[in-house]
Structures are given as structure tokens and as C-alpha cells.
Design a protein around this ligand. Structure first.
Ligand code: GZL
Length: 348
């Protein structure tokens, strides 16, 4: 398992990246942009992005467009799948027809890719997976993958919840937690959900519900409002991304409840993943979000590095994980241990 260089804490990096790149992110409805390179022998990359559902996704897209943009020596064909696997499959078939040199796929969910990836292999076009993974029996249908260890992200968050609640004397059986999940069947959802569910079982927490908020703010708000009607004892809300956390906090405050880490005095503690959305970062520094598990979206340079290795005839690691941190402004937990490894909790 290859580890990339230690990352500058994402929380300090993303606003700069987005600001520095301007609005090169195509709107959600734009189907395709071609960034022509001046170089005649440019390598052509077909990039099938799953959609534009969150700030994380926009930062991920922007990172890719920047890495393969003007002057990079590459031609990039970008296709936005608008959250539909069928659109991504169509895009990959278009890339095959156009005889691109590489296909980069950020898959919406894990299942249903065997046929189209077999077609790419028959066309002798290497496929690189970015962010989420695909569930294929034949791992040779793609050259390599780069992204996050989502179950580790969930384990780290659960370890933080355990350390914090033990530190303030909350008994495990008094932790009444709901999980607002990402898109069901996506690698990020599967890993983060498993990380929490296993910890709740092992620690004796009351995990009352797991409901998908589709990684969007609006669905996060709707799901949280419904959960507050269903349960009157929720004291921890585990949101599988920042956008859903922002929606959930709005619903909690609209219901007249207070978000914060003082769950012993009736506050509802909200924790989240990504560390990209500006509002979520502000909430975290205020303590409205008690802890954020970083999920780094800046995969453009990493994907480009993998293509450059393949171009040199080198064989990259099959699975390339990025190192990520935890962020909290809530006092009491300076580090957590997961699978024998210690992770420092970053303070803003
Ligand atoms: C995680 C990525 C998830 C983010 C969400 O790598 O797949 O999808 O956590 C995004 O914000 O929508």
C-alpha cells in the first residue's frame, strides 16, 4: 500500500486551490469540455466524473482540470455523469470511440462496471480509477486506483467519538447516534458506514438509524428533520460529508435544538467528513461541527503522476492511498489510536 507524501492539512489548502483556479469547474449541466494542449504529441485523457453533488466533488474536478489543463502537455476530455452510472458508461464508450490514450473514472457506485471496463481493455486503453472504487472480480480491468481509505476515516471518527465521550463521562449506552449516509453503494459510504457500525457494536453505542442523504445539503436537511420527528433522544449525528452536515445542522436549529459537543446538557453533537466546504470549516472552528475527518479531493496531480509512470513503462501500485487527518476545535482529545497507529487531532 503506497503512501503519498504527507499532505499539507487539507483544511488550509482547499480554499487556496479553489481561489487560485478560479471557476474552471464546468457547471453541472455542461456535458463536455476539451482542453486542447499546444503540444502536437499530447496525450489524450478521457475523464468521466460522477457528478457535482458536493464541494468535495467540485474540488476534485477542479484538481483534475488543473492537472491536465492548458500547457500540461495533455488533451483532456471531461464528461460530467450527473450522478448517473449510465451517463458514465456512455462517456467511457465515447472515449473508446475517440481512441483516447487513458481513461480516468471516478465511479458513482461500485457495481456494474465489468462490461464497459472489458470494452476499454479490448480497446487496449488503460483505465485509472480515482476516489471511489469498482467491485469487479477481475482487478486487471483497471491499471490502478488512487483515493482515500474510507473505512479508516470512519474508524478514526469513531475513535474520536469514543475518546471524547469517555473524557466527559458519557456512558456508551447513553450515546444515541444516527448516521446520515452518502450515496448507497459508493465506496465512501460503504467504508464510513462500516467504520461507525463496527465501533457502535464494539462499544455498545445505540446506533438508531442509517439513512442516506445522497451527499447533498438538501437531502441532509430533509433526513435530519425526519429523524428528529422519529427520535427524541438523538445526541450524536454522524454525517458522511460536510454538505449533509450543514443541512442537518440547519434542521436541528430549525427544530429549536442546539448543536455542540455538550451532549450531557442536551446539545446534539454533529461530526462530518471531507473538510472542504467553507461553511463546514467555519462551523468546525466554532464547535458547531465537533470533528471533521479530512478526505482529500486533490487527486489531479496524483492521477497525472500515475499516468506519467505508465508512460515510462513503470507499474504503479495497484491501490494508492492518501494520508489524511482529523480536525477538531473541541478540547479534550489531542490524538486517537486506530489499528495501533496514532493520529494527532489538528486544531485550526
Ligand atoms: C469521498 C467522495 C465523497 C465525498 C463527498 O472520496 O467520494 O463523495 O466525501 C462526495 O462529499 O460527494
Amino acid at each position: 500500500m503506497k503512501k503519498f507524501l504527507k499532505l499539507i492539512p487539507l483544511l488550509l489548502l482547499i480554499p487556496t486551490v479553489l481561489a487560485g483556479c478560479g471557476s474552471s469547474i464546468p457547471s453541472e449541466n455542461s456535458e463536455e469540455i476539451m482542453q486542447d494542449s499546444k503540444a502536437d504529441d499530447a496525450i489524450t485523457v478521457g475523464f468521466s466524473q460522477l457528478g457535482a453533488e458536493s464541494d468535495w466533488r467540485s474540488a476534485n474536478t477542479d484538481s483534475m482540470l488543473k492537472a491536465f489543463g492548458e500547457g500540461s502537455g495533455y488533451n483532456l476530455i471531461y464528461k460530467n455523469g450527473q450522478q448517473k452510472q449510465a451517463n458514465q458508461i456512455t462517456a467511457i464508450r465515447m472515449f473508446i470511440q475517440q481512441e483516447v490514450d487513458y481513461i480516468v473514472l471516478a465511479p458513482s457506485t461500485e457495481d456494474g462496471w465489468e462490461t464497459v471496463l472489458s470494452e476499454a481493455r479490448e480497446a487496449d486503453i488503460p483505465v485509472i480509477l480515482v476516489d471511489r472504487r469498482v467491485n469487479t472480480a477481475d482487478k486487471n480491468l483497471y491499471s490502478c486506483w488512487v483515493g482515500s481509505d474510507f473505512e479508516l476515516e470512519g474508524k478514526k471518527m469513531a475513535a474520536w467519538i469514543k475518546a471524547y465521550t469517555e473524557g466527559v463521562g458519557i456512558a456508551p449506552e447513553d450515546i444515541h447516534i444516527v448516521n446520515i449516509q452518502g450515496n448507497i453503494g459508493s465506496t465512501a459510504q460503504i467504508g464510513r458506514t462500516r467504520g461507525l457500525a463496527n465501533a457502535a457494536r464494539d462499544n455498545g453505542w445505540d446506533l438508531m438509524a442509517e439513512v442516506s442523504g445522497d451527499f447533498t445539503e438538501n437531502r441532509g436537511r430533509e433526513v435530519m428533520a425526519a429523524l428528529l420527528k422519529r427520535f427524541d433522544n438523538i445526541n450524536v449525528v454522524y454525517c458522511e460529508n460536510d454538505n449533509m452536515a450543514i443541512g442537518a445542522i440547519d434542521a436541528i436549529e430549525s427544530a429549536g435544538r442546539k448543536v455542540g459537543s455538550d451532549i450531557g446538557n442536551g446539545e446534539i453533537m454533529v461530526v462530518s467528513f471531507d473538510g472542504v466546504n467553507e461553511t463546514a470549516l467555519e462551523y468546525a472552528s466554532q464547535g458547531k461541527i465537533s470533528c471533521i475527518a479530512e478526505c482529500n479531493p486533490l487527486h489531479g496531480p496524483r492521477v497525472r503522476g500515475l499516468i506519467e509512470m505508465l508512460q515510462r513503462g513503470e507499474i504503479p501500485e495497484k491501490f494508492n492511498y492518501v494520508d489524511e487527518k482529523l480536525f477538531s476545535s473541541v478540547p479534550g482529545v489531542d490524538a486517537i489510536v486506530v489499528d495501533g497507529k496514532t493520529y494527532k487531532v489538528e486544531r485550526k
